[in-house]
Write a protein that binds this ligand. Structure first.
Ligand SMILES: NC(=O)c1ccc[n+]([C@@H]2O[C@H](COP(=O)([O-])OP(=O)(O)OC[C@H]3O[C@@H](n4cnc5c(N)ncnc54)[C@H](OP(=O)(O)O)[C@@H]3O)[C@@H](O)[C@H]2O)c1
Length: 286
């Protein structure tokens, strides 16, 4: 059987590495990342994608340092908006499907309820602005595009919240964690499986892809500490206003999905089941 090729941008990153790892047997995953192809340079984005003749691209590459984007919005725009446009143009050139990852930070968090795919975005920081511009550029540049929005990612590769919490918690014994900001923690391996399903289905438009359910950072911290065997670490609730950051963040940017059921997709599992599995497997002392 000849395997169909799928290019994964940002393949060395937290999500991209899980996507490459979980490629189904009928697909050949071709991972691309810096320093070999800078997506913000159009010729390099073309060169990283077109010669492979892929049936799809899963675009995970991004400038994801939220505070870095606040300090340097030009780079955020160049990579997250311009880079996504370049990837979409390359997909148009080889007429392949594009799944472009995006974020809950396209929303302002002021709705007071969870956001679904029909809600109007209104980003309140440069990272969110650059990602929303990337969504719009991609949808303009090509007609076979799915925007897959996700949030609060964690997984085996890269720096992430549960890893930091468990490592610091073991060292310090007590941590202050924000207890008035809400989201849906999403496991990269669950999301990667969903993305491969979406490659198979060739869906277009916008889809929210998150583990089910909602929590605060403090609840997320307690869950992973317990599962990692570090339940003795004390978590002190603090307010988001006490957390120093140059970036304004949405307070309640929980995402839900209306389209998932319409499309007959199985809901992704509950956030705490996924978080416990991850913490036991990757953060436990045993
Ligand atoms: N992490 C989250 O909580 C979260 C939440 C919502 C949405 N998302 C979205 O999900 C996607 C994956 O996120 P992630 O957490 O896996 O990110 P990540 O770990 O930071 O990985 C992104 C990858 O893209 C690469 N990259 C950066 N600039 C590039 C450029 N100009 N050209 C080519 N590659 C470049 C990075 O390389 P370097 O490391 O060398 O810079 C890195 O390997 C992104 O679209 C992100 O916006 C993430």
């Amino acid at each position: 059987m000849e395997r169909r090729r799928v290019v994964i941008t940002g393949a060395a990153g937290m999500l991209g590495s899980a996507v490459v790892d979980l490629a189904p047997p009928q697909y050949e995953a071709i991972g691309v990342d810096l320093p070999d192809g800078d997506i913000s340079v159009q010729s390099e984005a073309m060169g990283a994608i077109v010669p492979h003749g892929p049936v799809a691209v899963i675009h995970c590459a991004a400038y994801t340092d939220v505070d870095g984007c606040t300090r340097d919005p030009e780079t955020a725009h160049r990579v997250n908006a311009g880079g996504t446009r370049n990837v979409a143009l390359a997909c148009a050139e080889c007429d392949c499907h594009l799944i472009a990852l995006s974020t809950d930070y396209v929303f302002d968090g002021e709705k007071g309820a969870a956001y679904d795919e029909d809600d109007a975005p209104n980003p309140i920081n440069p990272y969110g602005e650059s990602k929303l511009a990337g969504e719009r550029y991609a949808l303009e540049a090509h007609d076979r595009v799915l925007i897959a929005r996700t949030q609060w990612l964690y997984g085996p590769k890269g720096k992430n919240f549960p890893h930091t919490i468990v490592t610091k918690g073991r060292k310090l014994g007590s941590l202050n964690v924000v207890a008035d900001e809400y989201g849906s923690p999403t496991y990269t391996r669950d999301l990667a499986s969903r993305l491969w399903e979406l490659v198979e289905r060739r869906l277009t438009g916008i889809l929210h892809c998150v583990n089910t359910g909602t929590c605060t950072w403090a609840e997320f911290a307690r869950c992973v500490l317990e599962a990692a065997g570090a339940g003795h670490v004390t978590v002190q609730d603090i307010s988001r206003t006490e957390w120093e950051s140059p970036t304004r963040r949405p307070e309640y940017s929980v995402m839900v999905t209306r389209r998932e059921a319409e499309l007959g997709l199985t809901p992704m599992r509950k956030w705490d089941d996924a978080a416990r599995e991850y913490a036991k497997q990757y953060l436990s002392d045993d």
